[in-house]
Design a protein around this ligand. Structure first.
Ligand code: GDP
Ligand code: MG
Length: 221
């Protein structure tokens, strides 16, 4: 595709929400580093990842926030998602209870943030289709009823992950949500001190792709 002039970079904060062990960290690690860990480590902090996407003439810088496992202790407060422009609410397709929890997160999000946030609901672990207990049709119609889009993913097999982030980015741009930025740059800086951060740059309109790791290339958290 021929390159077009950019119209400036917009910034957006995206948060991962959902019950412990549904695959939030795995989705982020797959998206940013294209790797997967079979072992669940609730203390593993992917934490803060920044990825810039060029979508046609638009450029969006996503600050992607993963939890540090606080959801296990019901200790994930509004400070985590209050100023987000996008939310990815994950459930495990083999765990119907995690879908109920996802619905609770949506209620909480709407109560605190209102409609000013683009929401994706994600059924993860579709490689375990034989153990599915949440119907896709039910999850899709629920998502539509709350103004969210639904995605089916497998972090393990790298299915649906790129599509998820691309859709969310487009919706943030199209709805003008990112225009409220920058309101939390200082907050980002304060909250990311000492935490692992990765910056990846994508381009959906040009072939070039660059990868910059701010942790000096270390794979350690
Ligand atoms: P989090 O607590 O929501 O961040 O969940 P994790 O990303 O730590 O994943 C929890 C467990 O589920 C780990 O053992 C992962 O290896 C596993 N897992 C994550 N995504 C998938 C997936 O797509 N398929 C399968 N089969 N396992 C997954
Ligand atoms: Mg995690």
């Amino acid at each position: 595709m021929a390159s077009q002039p950019r119209t400036g970079t917009v910034k957006a904060k995206v948060v991962l929400l959902g019950e412990g062990a549904v695959g939030k960290t795995s989705i982020v690690l797959r998206y940013v580093e294209n790797r997967f860990n079979d072992r669940h480590d609730s203390t593993l902090q992917a934490s803060f990842l920044q990825r810039t996407l060029n979508i046609g003439p638009k450029r969006i810088q996503l600050a992607i926030w993963d939890t540090a496992g606080q959801e296990r202790f019901h200790a994930l407060g509004p400070i985590y998602y209050r100023d987000a422009q996008g939310a990815i609410v994950v459930y495990d397709i083999t765990d119907v209870d995690s879908f109920t929890k996802a619905k609770n997160w949506i209620k909480e999000l709407r109560r605190i943030v209102g409609e000013d946030i683009a929401v994706c609901i994600v059924g993860n672990k579709i490689d375990l289709e034989k153990n599915r207990t949440v119907l896709t049709t039910e999850a899709e119609s629920y998502a539509a009823s709350v103004g969210a889009t639904h995605f089916s993913t497998s972090a393990k097999q790298n299915k649906g992950i790129q599509e998820l982030f691309l859709d969310l980015s487009k919706r943030i741009i199209d709805s003008g949500l990112s225009a409220q930025q920058p309101k939390n740059d200082k907050l980002f800086a304060a909250q990311t001190t000492g935490r692992r951060s990765i910056i990846v740059e994508d381009d959906f309109s040009q072939p070039a792709e660059t990868l910059v790791s701010t942790d000096g290339g270390s794979k350690c958290c």
